[in-house]
Design a protein around this ligand. Sequence first.
Ligand code: GTP
Ligand code: MG
Length: 308
Amino acid sequence: MEGFKIDSSKKGIDTPDVEELKVQEQPDNQENPISNIHGLSLEELNDVNKIRISISDTSAPVIVLFGPASCGKTMTLVRLSRYLQGQGYQLIPDRTFRPSYDENYKNLCDNFSSIVNSDDAASRTDNISFMLVKVVKDGRTICQILEGPGELYFDPSKARQDWPTYVHYLLNNTNLRKVFLPFVEPNFGEEETRRNYVSTINQLKQNTDKQKYVFLYNKIDLTPFVISPGKVHINHALHQVEMDYPDIFARFKNTNPITSLWRANNFEFVPFQTGTYTKPAAGSLVYIQGSDRYPQHLWETLLRCIRG
Ligand SMILES: Nc1nc2c(ncn2[C@@H]2O[C@H](COP(=O)(O)OP(=O)(O)OP(=O)(O)O)[C@@H](O)[C@H]2O)c(=O)[nH]1
Ligand SMILES: [Mg+2]
């Protein structure tokens, strides 16, 4: 894609080269909707198209947690990381993902393990804006999980998003294998907001085998479809999502007359709960992780997408 620097010596790919910037005070600008994103330089804050990310390993598939602010992307990363640690995987933050002026990112990388394993996780993840974490087993990188700020993916007032350059870069980068995880959740916004979100997800769709889709129905604990912890009436849940977000799956049906005989959809659907959140009278939010069955189901689905 024009405008992107491809550094073959590093075998990685960067968003456009921007001069290294000194860390600067974030502007105290209530008007700027991204002023609460931690770690951005002044230049990035003033122009989201200047946001720099760099994916140095283009051979391992990238799992993109995609969804509006507060849908649960960061806590899904936390929950999945905890599960994978227990299964003998190593979770290694990629230190080169953000430029060196992003001190916030550096701190997150230094403290990733303690943040993920803290009961205080929900409060401590507040400053996770960007994150790229490698999932490694026996020295091999199975995939990399990418988290970004929801407000850069979805503006609820718009049916068509003006994504920052780095999102287009992710979408258009044909060297990368990607699994997009569009998040859906119960009781999300007004009808118009949900329709706008459907249009936004359609903007993600590409007809290539290199890009797969797993719809993640998070906060399933807030629905009546949980039979017992980790066990969900999937068809009822799927139907509810279709009701709440009209036509959300339309573009993701398999229209091939032959393969559709045994595979109706070109997407996967996973119900999920990151955990429960309680607020003690004093102190910060306490996080108790949900059943292992949720991240287990998600991980099995991701492995199928990665291998398939
Ligand atoms: N009931 C319930 N609430 C959840 C669940 N997962 C997340 N939440 C709530 O959603 C809040 C936001 O979660 P985050 O993971 O920070 O959301 P995010 O998508 O990373 O948000 P941005 O980084 O702002 O885009 C949490 O603090 C919880 O209060 C869940 O499984 N069930
Ligand atoms: Mg987040």
